[in-house]
Design a protein around this ligand. Structure first.
Ligand SMILES: CC(C)(COP(=O)(O)OP(=O)(O)OC[C@H]1O[C@@H](n2cnc3c(N)ncnc32)[C@H](O)[C@@H]1OP(=O)(O)O)[C@@H](O)C(=O)NCCC(=O)NCCS
Length: 185
């Protein structure tokens, strides 16, 4: 398995991975929209390959804090591995490679709305209790799905504010209180 940066020519492969992993269209549609939204820049988009077969994809897009801080922020969404290649460490490799690249590029903190039993394996911790609210309020049930991973420097101390995403992600539909926990990450 190898991981490389995705290019414009990989769009069909990327969307096929998300359709296969999520078994529905909305995540593929979200991914396509994120990839052509200028407000997501800079992005980190990585594809995992087994021989000539694309098997996994991860996308990180730019975000910022409100109130502003000097920290460079990113958000992880979405991540997918095709079902027949799951549970072989491909998701782990995509996350760790992505976090390493983001750290090199100067990103301080990465946020995710994802499975609370998966992301803590990679150093993610609950973000809400550290003062970093999601772009839209989450129900109590989903508070633990909102997490951050510090990459460098110190987190803003006593921070109370909100993460703002690229235009495509900054839509209430992706952050509803009724979110069933399967939509992002
Ligand atoms: C979640 C996903 C990306 C993990 O990729 P992967 O390559 O299978 O993951 P890894 O091989 O690195 O890790 C496997 C571990 O993750 C766990 N895991 C997989 N999906 C999980 C989930 N939804 N919630 C919690 N843990 C999960 C597995 O139980 C396994 O645990 P184990 O090591 O104790 O057996 C992949 O299962 C997937 O694409 N799922 C469908 C899409 C999705 O839900 N994406 C959002 C990710 S939060």
């Amino acid at each position: 398995m190898r991981i490389r940066a995705a290019t414009d020519g990989d769009l069909a492969n990327i969307l096929a991975i998300h359709r296969a992993a999520f078994s529905d269209e909305p995540v593929a549609d979200l991914t396509a929209a994120l990839l052509c939204d200028p407000s997501t820049q800079p992005i980190t988009s990585l594809l995992a390959w087994v021989d000539d077969t694309p098997v996994g994809h991860i996308l990180f897009t730019a975000a910022h804090l409100q109130p502003e801080t000097p920290h460079q922020i990113s958000i992880l969404a979405p991540l997918a591995v095709v079902p027949e290649w799951q549970r072989r460490g491909i998701g782990r490799s995509l996350i760790t490679e992505g976090l390493a690249l983001l750290a090199l590029s100067g990103v301080s903190v990465v946020f995710v709305l994802g499975h609370p039993s998966y992301y803590p394996r990679f150093g993610f911790m609950p973000a809400g209790e550290l003062g970093f609210a999601a772009p839209y309020p989450l129900s109590a049930k989903h508070q633990t799905a909102w997490m951050l991973r510090q990459l460098k420097g110190e987190l803003p101390q006593s921070y109370v504010g909100r993460v703002r995403c690229a235009k495509t992600l900054e839509q209430p539909d992706y952050w509803p209180q009724s979110l069933e926990g399967e939509q992002l990450g």
